[in-house]
Design a protein around this ligand. Structure first.
Ligand SMILES: Cc1cc2nc3c(=O)[nH]c(=O)nc-3n(C[C@H](O)[C@H](O)[C@H](O)COP(=O)(O)OP(=O)(O)OC[C@H]3O[C@@H](n4cnc5c(N)ncnc54)[C@H](O)[C@@H]3O)c2cc1C
Length: 430
């Protein structure tokens, strides 16, 4: 078997792996299982439409990532002010729900506000133990019942009472009392939260970003999955390429998959790997021969009777559909590894639900239907999460393996974080 020796080796050519190699030096070897670079940040071109793997909108908060993107893709992105809404009953209210009950029927709104006031003025409460308790304590019973409970159950595929609070960070806005009241009595365009505006390519889909990084690299090996990892000898076997040795291995391979590659891992590591939990997402993309089928950028669907938890309209923020046509994606969250076999049945149900929601009309021509599957979509922050993840990461780190990225580091994070993680690990290794 052939053998190549390197100082630094990167596994996975999603944004995290690409950024790592870019910052370590363009001749750093990157081994990627798929036929193309980009990981989950790729765009499929089908019948004149460009479909990302559901919404992939770039939020930029750090000067270093902003500068990098401006250097690689000068003026390629445009800022967009978010228009996100929640479909509830026959109403559509602005996101975030808790600060925008304005559009709800008066009796429902009154109950939301009453329960909200009761929740935030109750003295001496015990700290919440799970997400469900947190939502009720923060926003009251009615807002939880209408939005937080059903939406999060759908998204995570587990009861919100099984979720810890570790994942929330910027992802769940907590407006103050005046904002909640202002949003109950008047329309508040602009909303709040971490994604009040976002960036999207002026031309084409989000794949321009990983492609710009990949173009800088000279040792990007595609169709080259890592299959076996020997930590004592610091060797990784790459299918079709033989053995590779390393001093530093930087992996963005999903953590459960990396753990499964370990040669003679201790029992506590293999047991910890079994406890890592995530969901999968099936994305059903449609190209529709009608302009502007909906005015929003995306809609959340908390209600059980809709299959999807979110529907987005990329043709409202990017040049991704033919003139006079619209594109949409519907996201269906499923227990890990399930759903792809039933994709046609899901697609039929999604189309029926889109008609029921008033998004598709009876006479619409669906020109293109394109499905995608994200096997590890959302890492589930349950009671086992912290300890199990730490057990594996500590063991790997002790043997010179740095894990990065949303699924490599087993976290809830976004594209900017993946790029940043690559920058930081490169600095540390150097
Ligand atoms: C439904 C959904 C919507 C999202 N929307 C947004 C959004 O709007 N904005 C945003 O900023 N972020 C969004 N994200 C997050 C974003 O997709 C990730 O943060 C980012 O793509 C993570 O990049 P990564 O490099 O860590 O992982 P990945 O992109 O998964 O890259 C890992 C790479 O490793 C490769 N690999 C796997 N196994 C092996 C192996 N054995 N050997 C070699 N290579 C291997 C994979 O093929 C892949 O290319 C979303 C995520 C999901 C699930």
């Amino acid at each position: 078997m052939s053998r190549s020796d390197y100082n630094n080796v990167v596994l996975g050519a999603g944004l995290a792996g690409l950024s790592t190699a870019y910052h370590l030096g363009p001749d750093t070897p990157v081994f990627e299982a798929a036929q193309r670079a980009g990981g989950e940040c790729v765009t499929d071109a089908v019948g004149g439409y460009a479909f990302d793997r559901s919404g992939h909108l770039l939020h930029l908060r750090t000067p270093e990532v902003k500068a990098l993107i401006q250097k690689l893709l000068p003026n390629a992105f445009q800022p967009v002010a978010r228009d996100a809404r929640i479909h509830i009953g026959s109403a559509e209210v602005r996101y975030p729900f808790q600060a925008n009950t304005f559009g709800l029927p008066p009796a429902v709104k009154a109950k939301c506000l009453w329960d909200y006031l009761a929740a935030v003025t109750t003295p001496g409460r015990k700290p919440p133990k799970n997400f469900s308790q947190w939502a009720r304590q923060s926003f009251g019973r009615e807002i939880s019942r209408l939005f937080f409970e059903p939406y999060n159950q759908k998204l995570w595929t587990v009861p919100p009472s099984d979720l810890t609070l570790e994942w929330m960070g910027p992802y769940v806005p907590k407006p103050d009392l005046p904002t909640v009241f202002r949003g109950a009595f008047g329309d508040q365009p602009g909303g709040g939260g971490y994604n009040a505006s976002f960036n999207y390519p002026k031309q084409g889909g989000i794949e321009v970003l990983p492609q710009a990084l990949a173009a800088q690299l000279t040792q990007l090996h595609l169709n080259a999955p890592a299959v076996k990892l020997n930590l004592r000898q610091r060797r990784v076997r790459i299918q079709g390429q033989g053995e590779v040795t390393w001093k530093h291995l930087i992996s963005s391979v999903p953590l459960p998959a990396l753990a499964a590659m370990l040669d003679q891992a201790p029992k506590k590591v293999t047991e910890a790997a079994q406890k890592l939990n995530s969901n999968s997402v099936l994305v059903i993309n449609l190209g529709v021969a009608r302009a502007k089928i909906h005015p929003a950028h995306w809609l959340y669907f908390p209600e059980k009777e809709y299959t999807f938890y979110r529907v987005g309209f990329p043709s409202n923020f990017g040049q991704v559909a033919p003139e006079g046509c619209s594109s949409l994606y519907a996201e269906v969250a499923l227990p890990a590894g399930t759903g792809w076999g039933q994709r046609k049945a899901y697609a039929r149900k999604v189309c029926a639900d889109l008609v029921r929601a008033g998004i598709l009309q009876a006479g619409d021509t669906v020109q293109v239907e394109h499905m995608q599957y994200l096997p590890y979509a959302y890492v589930i922050f349950d009671a086992d999460y912290t300890r199990a993840r730490q057990e594996i990461l500590t063991y790997l780190e002790k043997h010179g393996v740095q894990c990065i990225g949303r699924w490599g580091h087993w976290e809830y994070s976004a594209m900017e974080d993946a790029i940043l993680a690559g920058m930081k690990v490169a600095e540390a290794v150097k």
